[in-house]
Design a binder for this molecule. Sequence first.
Ligand SMILES: [Zn+2]
Length: 149
Amino acid sequence: MIQVPPTVGTALDYLGVERALVLDLMPRVDPDRVRLRVAPVWFTWLWARGIAAVTTPWAVYVHPNTAKRFGGADRDLGLGILMVHELMHVEQLARLGVLAHSIQYLTDYIRGRAKRLGHWEAYRQIRLEVEARAAASLVRSRIERAQPQ
Ligand SMILES: [Zn+2]
């Protein structure tokens, strides 16, 4: 049985991502109240291939293959950054509400497909994904600046 930390907050601590580097970007989020779960296999059947995690209004679900990385010996910065990305979706859900979030997400995707973009490019151009990637990459640069190798 694959295990993950119970909340995204404990995952951030485990992965060495300081909350101070994250929380100014998402004022509506309390990472200790965001549950983290391993996605059941049937749920991942609904996911496009290559999706590592999905945020719902009640929990962040990580793909079983991604969840295995929590058992790794070394701190996994990429996994920490994934947690930040998903937390940004929690922030968006709190900011917009579930309905408006879903509508914006789907209409952006459909608009991209209507422009004849492929699945991944349409997905990448969803504004809520652009924002989540921007937050994740900003936190990554803050971490790298705080801990020069
Ligand atoms: Zn995303």
